[in-house]
Design a protein around this ligand. Structure first.
Ligand code: GLA
Length: 397
């Protein structure tokens, strides 16, 4: 394990002891993710291509037998929140505790017997370095780390796909955010050096090589620091438009609409709904093209192919799906002007971060250009870093 991750696990272990006055039974962690391409396609039963990043949420845990989930966090020192598991249910837990409590609920309710997570209780100490509200899926990192900890502590025998679905259910029902399956799959199935290609209809994930280093490339991340939340507002609204469009078009999901069907769709949909549909349909095509290019070794031989797909994806999110902001648009455009191979917003939108695929020797220049452009525009200074495909959720000690 890299030294900084070992240090995170060590700090989490110690934090548990300080908070609860006894040793934990183990430490688990799960990563955040960026989405390389395939935005707002997951809940339309389409395709996505995210990868797990190095930033992780670490959890120290120990079973308890009083039917309570007890939560302490490095982010809120000195506080322990206790919630009777019997009281956890749809929208019943306010604040961030809804994520871990929701996972316990989803696993307990999944019919795994009275001894399952829900019945017996657990103490959790949470220590996260995944920024929240930046489009990096801090929520999935938290859910997946908790799910794996509960799974191991309670001998649940669930597959990783089942854990991912339980985490999604926690987020949909207990938190109340109608999100898809991408983030949890990326966090549980991530692998060093690979992206995770997910068919969100069959819920099948497959690792696709993303050997950035060998190709002399980096993924620069520009976090605009515009916060967003998906339990309300634009995300919910976009999802509703897609569902309505599928009903009007007479298909189970927008996955079933092809590029060749778009002309007909424009006859029956209002202009705005048609643009939403066009984004989803063309985005699915772009994901498949990106996967084909990566599988054919395109990252090394012709990275411009992937780069152009990223940039086209951003334009589609800006013009058709309308989920970008002026800061996100500026970051993506500046990256490309400064020499990035391609750039796009990543995540649910309405804030968050942009990723840019950049030749290694240009990465610093691209990052500096974005910072300068934000200063000129009077935007909050962005947070610049690089991200690379990393390992998924695991037990650390
Ligand atoms: C959020 C959701 C995902 C997905 C993306 C948009 O990250 O959690 O399920 O819908 O937005 O692609």
């Amino acid at each position: 394990m890299p030294a900084h991750l070992d240090a995170l696990a060590e700090a989490t272990d110690r934090g548990f002891h300080d908070a609860f006055g006894r040793d934990c039974a183990g430490v688990w962690s799960a990563p955040g993710r960026v989405n390389l391409i395939g935005e707002h396609t997951d809940y339309n039963e389409g395709f996505v291509l995210p990868f797990a990043i190095g930033a992780r949420t670490s959890i120290a845990a120990r079973r308890r037998d009083d039917g309570v989930i007890a939560l302490a966090s490095a982010q809120f020192p000195g506080k322990i929140r206790t919630i009777p598991l019997a009281k956890v249910g749809p929208r019943a837990v306010p604040g961030w505790a809804a994520y871990p409590a929701g996972v316990a609920w989803a696993l307990g309710l999944a019919g795994r017997g009275a001894a399952a997570a829900g019945a017996s209780g657990v103490s959790l100490y949470i220590n996260s370095v995944v920024p929240t509200g930046s489009g990096l899926s801090s929520s999935a990192a938290l859910e997946c780390a908790v799910a794996l900890a509960l799974h191991d502590l309670h001998g649940l025998q669930a597959t990783r796909a089942e854990l991912a679905l339980a985490c999604q259910r926690a987020e949909n029902e207990v938190v109340g955010a109608p999100t898809g399956i991408m983030d949890q799959f990326a966090s549980l199935f991530g692998e060093h050096g690979s992206a995770v290609f997910i068919d969100c209809r069959t819920v099948h994930g497959e690792n696709v090589p993303l050997a950035l280093e060998a190709a002399g490339l980096e993924v620069v991340l520009a976090d605009t620091r515009e916060q967003h939340a998906h339990a309300a507002g634009g995300y919910v609204d976009r999802r509703a438009s897609c569902d309505r469009a599928a009903r009007i078009l007479g298909v189970r999901a927008l996955r079933d609409v092809g590029v060749g069907d778009l002309e007909k769709a424009s006859d029956v949909l209002d202009a705005e709904t048609f643009r939403r549909v066009r984004h989803v349909v063309t985005e699915n095509e772009r994901v498949l093209a990106a996967v084909a290019s990566l599988r054919a070794g395109g990252l090394e031989s012709d990275p411009a192919v992937l780069g152009a797909l990223l940039t086209a994806s951003h334009a589609s999110m800006r013009d058709d799906f309308e989920i970008t902001t002026p800061a996100l648009d500026l970051a993506a455009a500046t990256a490309v002007e400064a020499g990035a191979v391609g750039a796009r917003m990543t995540g649910g939108g309405f804030g968050g971060a942009v990723i840019a695929l950049v030749a290694r020797e240009r990465a610093a220049e691209v990052a500096a250009s974005i910072t300068a452009a934000f200063a000129r525009a009077g935007f909050t200074a962005p947070r610049l870093s690089t991200v690379a495909p990393s390992d998924g959720a695991r037990r650390d000690r």
